[in-house]
Design a protein around this ligand. Structure first.
Ligand code: MCA
Ligand code: AMP
Length: 506
């Protein structure tokens, strides 16, 4: 259909002979056909071009989840743009960093944030700032879409051209933009659709946010690649998901989804009779959650492992043993090795070390950060994930830790450094250490340990973090100590802090 545009062509291929089939069922039960999906995406593409977009320009968006946001993603691809989705929870000061760094031509935000964000957009010299309401039905961007005629001719793009930049936080507190090509996105989606046995009969429950790899590329691209359909939920809603089980076939979620669904009295084998697959990723799924789910539903959750930079790397099998506590085997075309942290040598089976992956279509590097790219992506294609793991003799990978100082809370990544920098600016704070501790709902929760030299109230720290950081990064608890534990080299021993506060939420 879109011969000259690599990703648009690949994503529309499965539905090209069946355009009247349903792509999405919305919360009000209205249905969006594939025909209407791509026609709307073409109008969006025309609106983006009208707004000044040229091939290779970035299209940044901080908008809520709606079908219009999916049109925007596909429209950006069709217009030859580079899509840059932003977490809707980011504060204007967080958004400023991304806009200044990526210098998008078009930026689309919620009308309620327009005033605050227009200052930021001006600083970043954005050409067009447009708005899109939460339900995707109003705003200057919708007006622009309505002005367009249908039948936009896709802008030619090759396999190696960029389709998206997704920012991932960095250990220094500075986020890095992972550059993803048309081919990287298409090939991973096709592989996943195949190994997870997606067909046009599948109905996915889509309750994830769509500004990250999981909800955007894994869920949407896999659905498109197989010509399947989805129930598009604005966000996670346990009761709605339980109701949908009788008509849906697949759920993709972070572990918190499963923990929350398990709390429902209505979850049982009858309820999930129609479901064929439950997938979990983005954060470690506790073996205990896996066992409880199996017990209640008769289904073994399929856990997989991925990263923004690499897309998905490994998966437990569709047919065969889904081993709790492991993330399965490498996907076709993916190589995984475990290397010694000091020597870099490849370790034998059962050796614990750095997880490195090699994929033909890994990201093309970090936007404007060649030195960071070189640190993590070797010239022979091996990518240092920052995760610590072990491969067993049957090739199953287990993630046992992280070499990066990272907290994963409800599937969102929080880099402690970023939070520490904000807390350290509060008057009378000498220093802080931000750690992740076990949390029954989010897996890990952000906790700040703070050392002060005079009176500092918890409130003062909360105000500072609230002003500058998205909600999920804000500490769930603040603890004041006289000093931080340090080793003989003077380095803060977070491991000691994590141990002494491990029962904070139990
Ligand atoms: C919301 N809050 C959180 C989180 N989410 N705090 C910590 N961690 C979180 N994940 C805050 C809210 O701001 C609120 O704060 C309070 O917690 C309670 O919110 P609640 O209503 O319970 O949360 P929710 O709206 O129900 O959201 C929870 C959620 C959501 C459904 C688990 O966080 C979510 O959809 N997570 C999925 C993230 C994801 O898609 N990750 C994929 C990244 P207050 O009370 O102060 O207002 S892609 C990736 O990782 C790789 C590539 C991969 O492998 O997939
Ligand atoms: P992101 O930076 O959002 O791309 O997150 C990637 C990180 O999420 C990985 O490096 C892992 O640390 C983590 N991750 C993803 N899937 C899993 C999983 N199934 N189990 C444990 N950690 C995971």
């Amino acid at each position: 259909m879109y011969q000259s545009n690599y990703l648009a062509n690949q994503l529309s291929n499965a539905s090209k002979n069946n355009k009247q089939s349903v792509f999405a069922v919305l919360n009000d039960d209205s249905e969006i056909t594939y025909d209407s999906l791509f026609k709307s995406a073409e109008q969006v593409a025309a609106a983006l071009v009208e707004a000044g977009l040229k091939p290779g320009d970035r299209v940044a968006a901080q908008v809520e989840k709606s079908i219009t946001t999916i049109h925007l993603y596909l429209g950006s691809v069709i217009a030859g743009g580079v899509f840059l989705p932003l977490n809707t929870d980011y504060t204007p000061s967080e958004v400023e960093y991304f806009l200044v760094d990526a210098s998008p031509t078009v930026f689309i935000c919620d009308p309620s944030k327009e005033d605050a964000l227009s200052l930021v957009a001006n600083k970043a010299q954005v050409t067009s700032l447009l708005t899109l309401s939460k339900d995707g039905l109003e705003g200057s961007f919708v007006d622009a879409i309505f002005r367009q005629k249908s039948g936009f001719e896709a802008v030619p793009r090759n396999a190696d051209d960029l389709a998206a930049i997704l920012y991932t936080s960095g250990t220094t507190g500075r986020s890095k933009g992972a550059m993803l090509t048309h081919k990287a996105l298409a090939s991973n989606a096709q592989t996943l659709a195949k190994i997870w046995h997606f067909t046009s009969s599948d109905r996915l429950i889509h309750a994830l946010p769509i500004f990250h790899t999981h909800g955007l590329f894994v869920a949407i691209n896999v659905t498109l690649s197989a010509g399947s359909s989805m129930y598009l939920l604005p966000k996670f809603d346990a009761d709605r998901i339980l109701d949908l089980f009788s008509n849906a076939t697949v759920l993709m979620g972070v572990p918190t989804f499963y923990v929350r669904l398990l709390k429902s009295k209505n979850l049982n084998q009858d309820k999930v009779q129609n479901m064929r697959l439950f997938i979990s990723g983005s954060a470690p799924l506790l073996s205990e959650t896996h066992a409880q789910w199996l017990d209640k539903t008769g289904h073994a959750i399929l856990e997989r492992y991925g990263m923004t930079e690499t897309n998905m790397n490994t998966s437990n099998p569709y047919v065969g043993e889904r081993r709790p506590g492991t993330v399965g085997r490498p996907l076709p075309d993916v190589e995984v090795k475990i290397t010694h942290p000091d020597t870099g040598e490849t370790l034998p089976v059962d050796g614990i070390g750095h997880i490195q992956v090699r994929i033909p279509n890994v990201f093309s590097g970090y936007w404007k950060m060649p030195e960071k790219t070189a640190e993590e992506l070797s010239t022979d294609g091996w990518f240092l994930t920052g995760d610590i793991g072990v491969l067993d003799k049957s090739g199953y990978l287990s993630i046992v830790g992280r070499s990066k100082d990272l907290i994963i809370s409800g599937g969102y990544n929080v880099y402690p450094k970023e939070v520490e920098l904000v807390i350290d600016e509060v008057p009378n704070v000498i220093e802080s250490a931000v750690i992740g501790v076990p949390h029954p709902d989010f897996g890990e929760a952000v906790v700040a340990v703070v050392i002060t030299k005079g009176e500092v109230t918890e409130e003062a720290i909360k105000i500072a973090t609230k002003q500058q950081l998205a909600g999920y990064k804000q500490p769930k608890k603040i603890i004041f100590l006289d000093e931080l534990p340090r080793n003989t080299m003077g380095k803060v021993q977070k491991i000691v802090l994590r141990e002494s506060h491990k029962n904070l939420f139990s």
